[in-house]
Design a protein around this ligand. Structure first.
Ligand SMILES: Cc1ncc(COP(=O)(O)O)c(C=O)c1O
Length: 443
């Protein structure tokens, strides 16, 4: 008699990956490192291999995998109740988290809506901007990423995510990103934030003038860790307001300490009109939110927006604990380790021709790989991107037990976005491994 495979246990990494092949839709799964357990900055697979994680499951586990305080808070709430639909039964957790977000978000941002993901937070923010302004059109940046549902996908400025999925929502136009390394605007001269000024031209030529919102990331994550120049966000807000729109600053990836401040907008002298958040907010429990001033938020009336699972009390309890942990020295660690990492990465840029640029804020740092002997790149001002080399370097790091992100619009950026609890020794190990991998690809 042949025995049936046991459905309730898993027999190693290949078994997990094999079941994916058979039963899970073929979405992105580049690493093939199934995680059995994880703790702080370490993940372990089904064969006992341990990896240092410097990508945090795409920038999510900011206070460390399986953070004890967060797990305890979620468990305590599980014992009370799991679901009540916070929009039917007001819950203490939503009330407390709403109050907490009013404290930690910039300026006069006060009232929040809770949902389950980043893409929903962005979609809801667009609806709120339309309701408040009474206008329809939305502008976003080329190379931006704001999610994959049809509204947020329309804002995402990258055809790789859109092919065969059109049509998305209408009335979205795109404007050049603040990508200094491949800047098309200032022709290699000193930055004058010409890309921000170009917003005027795009509003004049690509819209009917019925502007509801301009949506930007304060540091572009999926685009390749692109940090805007000083003055850019301020100018974008000014132009947006001059045309009657609201500024939506998408902090889904940059929020919750990632850049060395609770929110990345704190690096700039700007308070957004609406602030979408997700990813790090509850350290991996599914939760999203968008926060606005009372004046803007009160444009919504009962029935304008809703989510059955949004504001789940277990996720909100995890978020409250995550914020406490962040404030207890973890954001500061991100700032300190980030400053050190940025210097080490600049050393790599000086040493290796294949490193075209290094940039970032806090523990959101990118290393852009190029072909130094190739033609000029697509933007006409920097060497050609080297996506194959980036993939090779990512695989080399995996072999040495380090999980790093490989991404960017040109798929040529090594992304350091570790848990913000990471130690100097761990970061140092990751940088040394990157150094060795770069030395290998350059020979
Ligand atoms: C800036 C930004 N906005 C929105 C999203 C979408 O978030 P989610 O994947 O939770 O829907 C992402 C995800 O990477 C993101 O980086």
């Amino acid at each position: 008699m042949t025995s049936e495979p046991d459905r309730d246990t898993v027999d190693g990494n290949d078994d997990v990956v094999g079941r994916y092949d058979d039963y899970v839709m073929p979405i992105w799964k580049s690493l093939n490192v199934p995680v059995k357990r994880a703790s702080n900055c370490t993940v372990e697979d089904y064969e006992g291999n341990e990896y240092l994680d410097v990508f945090s499951g795409i920038s999510v586990t900011n206070v460390g995998h399986n953070n004890e305080a967060v797990v305890e808070a979620a468990k305590a709430q599980l014992d009370e109740f799991v679901h009540g639909c916070s929009y039917v039964h007001p819950s203490e957790q939503v009330a407390r988290l709403g109050e907490r977000l009013a404290e930690i978000t910039p300026g006069d941002l006060q009232k929040s809506f809770f949902c389950n993901s980043g893409t929903e937070a962005v979609e809801g923010a667009i609806k709120l901007a339309r309701k408040y302004t009474g206008s329809k059109e939305v502008l976003a940046l080329e190379m931006a990423f704001h999610g994959r549902t049809l509204g947020s996908l329309a804002l995402t400025g990258n055809k790789a995510y859109k092919s065969e999925m059109a049509p998305t929502i209408n009335d979205v136009a795109h404007v050049a990103p603040p990508y200094a390394y491949r800047c098309q605007m200032c022709s290699g001269g000193p930055c004058s934030c010409a890309c921000a000024d170009d917003l005027e031209r795009v509003i004049g030529t690509h819209t009917s003038g019925d502007l509801a919102a301009v949506v930007v990331e304060p540091v572009m994550g999926e685009g390749g860790i692109i940090v805007p120049p000083n003055g850019w966000l301020e100018r974008v807000k000014e132009i947006t307001h001059d045309h009657g729109g609201l500024l939506i600053v998408d902090e889904v990836q940059t929020g919750y300490g990632r850049t060395g401040e609770m929110f990345a907008t704190e690096h700039f002298d700007v308070v957004p009109d609406i602030l979408p958040q997700a990813k790090g907010i509850a350290n991996g429990m599914p939760l999203g939110a968008f926060t606005a001033s009372a004046e803007v938020a009160d444009a919504f009336e009962a029935g304008d927006h809703l989510s059955t699972f949004g504001g789940n009390p277990v996720a909100c309890a995890a978020a409250l604990a995550t914020i406490d942990e962040l404030e207890d020295g973890i954001v500061e660690n991100a700032r300190e380790q980030g400053a050190w990492l940025s210097e080490r990465l600049a050393d790599l840029e000086a040493e290796f021709d294949v490193v075209g640029d290094t940039r970032g804020l806090g523990l959101m740092q990118g290393v852009e790989l190029v072909d130094p002997d190739g033609d000029t790149g697509p933007m006409g001002v920097a060497p050609e991107p080297a996506p194959k080399v980036a993939k090779q370097v990512g695989n080399r790091l995996k072999e040495s037990g380090i999980i790093i992100g490989v991404g960017g619009y040109h798929k040529n950026v090594m992304r350091f976005q570790p848990p913000l609890t990471i130690s100097r020794d761990q970061l140092s190990r990751a940088v040394d491994s990157l150094h060795d991998a770069l030395a290998e690809v350059e020979t």
